[in-house]
Design a binder for this molecule. Structure first.
Ligand code: SF4
Length: 326
């Protein structure tokens, strides 16, 4: 019996994954992998419910980090105009619209290396305001100190997004202005502050299958796995270092979604960037493989996202309904 099968059967004990045990699952015949993933999904979630989140860019562009895929990096000639941090009232107006469109979680992202002390009061006001509307709150602001994580937790922040992006081995090919360990450190500060963790990665950066698997192994082996695991398919952004990256094999993408479901059976696995380039059939396979969260709205930070009409049609055709908050 595979180590991974044992951990699935005993359910509650935290699995300690290795690259080889995870790879053994990833390489199963496709039908077997999907069957296992769907079984794990049904054991942990209503299989026909999808959590809907909405993402707002609260501060665009001019970021000092050099993430190779990102149009908001100041290192890239993407033509994107940097903006100032939005006013909390404007953020709340957008959050109200998202709630009316069915979102239960409101995610706010700023193109920063880390928040500056002068910005913290506005961030706190946004968290408090959006939470008062009855939405779950999520922020992605770059690296956080322990004190910042505590401050935002006290304001009521539910989730913090901080993606690993890829494996530790491949990380320096993607970003050079910070290290993989910096990433893990912020995740630890977030967890210690009592904020739920949202962390995943991007497929299509030039990484190998083992890099993708290893990224999931790192996430699954955190002292507590992330509650939310976004899986992105690279949208090559003009002007970025990865503007000419090759596309990802859809079957390999679905395999990674299934593996995320198996390695982190009780986490929400979110189909994130790249859905505009996915067929309805590919998204349906991802939902079958265990994806149970999407971003709604026609933009994702600076990239396109399927609009409400296409998502509503797709969810209707698949008989999927939106999760509601308890
Ligand atoms: S991904 Fe985030 S941290 Fe990296 S350059 Fe873009 S905005 Fe900055």
């Amino acid at each position: 019996m595979l180590e991974s099968e044992m951990s699935l059967k005993d359910g509650l004990s935290a699995p300690r994954w290795t690259l080889s045990s995870a790879r053994a699952l990833y390489e199963l015949p496709f039908n077997d992998l999907l069957f296992q993933a769907q079984t794990a999904h049904r054991a942990n979630f209503d299989p026909n419910r999808v959590q809907l989140s909405k993402l707002l860019n609260i501060k665009t562009g001019g970021c000092p980090e050099d993430c190779g895929y990102c149009s908001q990096s100041a290192h890239h000639a993407s033509g994107l105009k940097a903006s100032k941090l939005m006013e909390p009232e404007a953020v709340m107006a957008e959050a109200r619209k998202a709630m009316e469109a069915g979102a239960t979680r409101y995610c706010m992202g700023a193109a920063w290396r880390s928040p500056k002390p002068r910005d913290e009061a506005a961030i706190v006001a946004m968290v408090e305001g959006v939470k008062a509307l009855g939405l779950e709150t999520c922020m992605t602001l770059g690296m956080l100190s322990p004190g910042q994580a505590r401050r935002f937790a006290e304001a009521g922040l539910d989730y913090y997004n901080h993606n690993l992006d890829t494996s530790e081995r491949f990380y320096p090919e993607v970003v050079t202005t910070r290290s993989f360990d910096d990433r893990l450190e912020t995740l630890a500060h977030v967890r210690e502050a009592g904020i739920k963790v949202c962390s995943g990665g991007i497929l299509g950066l030039g990484e190998t299958a083992d890099d993708r698997i290893d990224m999931l192994v790192t996430l699954a082996n955190l002292p507590e796995p992330p509650e939310s695991v976004p899986i992105n398919m690279l949208i090559p952004m003009p002007g970025s270092r990865m503007a000419e990256a090759s596309s990802v094999d859809p079957i390999a993408f679905v395999r990674i979604v299934a593996l995320a479901r198996l390695l982190m059976p009780s986490s929400h696995v979110r189909l994130t960037a790249g859905r505009t380039a996915m067929s309805d059939e590919m998204q349906a396979l991802c939902f079958f493989a265990g994806a149970n969260s999407i971003f709604i709205g026609d933009t994702l930070l600076t990239a396109a996202n399927p609009g409400a009409d296409r998502d509503t049609r797709l969810l209707d055709r698949l008989g999927l309904t939106a999760e509601t908050l308890a």
